[in-house]
Design a protein around this ligand. Structure first.
Ligand code: PMP
Length: 429
């Protein structure tokens, strides 16, 4: 990490804060909220209480500044020119690959592929498996998946004649490991599951599930969109074959994401898209492909977003990923007790290992109506299926209200949510 951070500091002259302040007493959120300019705005005349972080997080000033600085000082295409601006842009761009390598502890920087986001990463892998799977091969998914870790596999199965199996969840939102073990067999070629559920917060036992998949020779594809913002991830320790994430859920910009893949798998899979920069040689009738990571990065990448993601990673590491996790765990316990004490509120997702997501409904009320009233009171929550229809079907509900937390979420935010919810219930009853 350190070399990546010092490179970013060298390239970005604006001031990064020193987080010695975190040693002071007080909540993490008190010490970092001022980094996020949007948190001072009002909504419907009320101070914004932003609790939709699983959809996307807000951005610290350092990320906003990185975008402005890039366009003001060294905007240029990467990996192309010998000129100074292109060199500077390429250095900054590649420094972020190194930062990400450290962030997930990948063995090699070429194992970090830039994509448009988690959805794009998962589609890239599923597309690649078209040339690996045979009719009758099996793909295991889970009931806890976001649609972006279901639909690409459905499309792959349709294309190859592979069969989809799934691991169900129990009433707490925990995957049934006994069913998982019974599904594994020599025909299992892919096991795809998330690290943390966006709808319920369940933390899945990635390392154990991966070992079981590897015992039958299956590849493991993990959707890490909700884990990367909240916890330290070590892909080598987990031993996963693929791991994906989105910058915008971890204080970075939209339109950029990560696919980690083990070298042997990335070499085995064919390119996802063809075009500039992903080739070695091209004549009019045929092409050969570049090595990793460029084989999977056709065309001009989202340079500003990569560079700004670097600033977001720097911010996260200065705050401390462990500090963020501890803060969110404390707030999750606080918020669970607070909401649980309101008559009629039912919380969905009660896994013993759980991240900072509070999904709930109020007896007799539609989540959309509650969410609309909360918005009028300045509270931003998500309502609906959260792109996880199989979970909602499992609970037999049309959707839930979801409050999802981040490093800057405060106890006051949750107090305001609880008060606003009580008022909404009184109004709608
Ligand atoms: N997986 C999970 C668990 C998610 O929460 C999301 C975003 N809600 C995605 C995948 C898709 O991420 P993106 O829209 O950034 O591609």
């Amino acid at each position: 990490m350190e070399s990546g951070i010092s490179e970013i500091k060298r390239l970005y002259p604006f001031k990064f804060r020193t987080f010695a302040v975190l040693k002071a007493p007080g909540m993490l959120s008190d010490q970092i909220r001022s980094d996020f300019p949007i948190l001072t705005r009002q909504v419907h005349g009320k101070p914004l209480v932003y609790l939709d972080n699983a959809a996307t997080t807000q951005k610290p000033q350092a990320v906003i500044d990185a975008i402005v600085h890039y366009y003001s000082h060294y905007n240029s295409n990467v990996h192309r020119g010998v000129h100074q601006l292109s060199q500077e842009a390429t250095d900054a761009f590649e420094a972020v690959r190194t930062q990400l390598q450290s962030h997930v502890n990948a063995a090699h920087s070429h194992e970090v592929i830039f994509t448009k986001g988690t959805t794009d990463s998962l589609n890239l892998v599923a597309h690649g498996f078209r040339s690996v799977l045979q009719p009758g091969d099996e793909i295991i998914v889970t009931q806890l998946e976001h649609h972006s870790n279901l639909v690409p596999w459905h499309m792959l199965a349709e294309r190859t004649g592979a069969i989809i199996r799934f691991i169900p969840m129990d009433g707490r939102g925990v995957l049934d490991q006994t069913v998982y073990e019974s599904l594994l067999n020599p025909r299992t070629k892919v096991v795809a599951f998330n690290h943390i559920s966006n709808a319920l917060g369940t933390i899945n036992p990635v390392k154990e599930m991966t070992a079981k998949a590897h015992a039958v020779g299956a590849a493991v594809v993990v959707d890490g969109a909700q884990a990367l913002p909240h916890a330290a991830v070590d892909v080598q320790d987990l031993d996963v074959d693929f791991y994906s994430g989105s910058a915008h859920k971890m204080y970075g910009p939209t339109g950029i994401g990560l696919l980690y893949g083990k070298t042997e798998w990335l070499e085995k899979l064919p390119p996802y898209q063809g075009g500039g920069e992903m080739i070695q040689d091209v004549d009019v009738t045929s092409s050969t492909y570049a090595g990793l990571p460029h084989k999977f990065e056709a065309g001009t990448p989202n340079i500003e977003a990569v560079i700004a993601w670097g600033a977001a990673l720097t911010w996260m590491h200065q705050v401390g990923v462990a500090n963020i996790q501890a803060h969110e765990d404390e707030l999750l316990a606080y918020g669970t007790a607070l909401l649980g004490a309101i008559p009629g509120v039912k919380i969905y997702g009660t896994a013993p290992q759980k991240a900072a997501v509070l999904s709930f409904n109020v007896a007799g009320l539609h989540p959309y109506d509650v969410g609309t009233l909360l918005d009028q009171m300045g509270i931003a929550v998500r309502t609906g299926q959260h792109c996880t229809q199989p979970i909602m079907d499992g609970f037999g509900v049309p959707g839930t209200i979801r409050a999802s937390l981040a490093a800057y979420t405060s106890k006051e935010d949750l107090d305001q949510l609880a008060r606003a919810l009580e008022r909404a219930i009184a109004l709608l009853a």
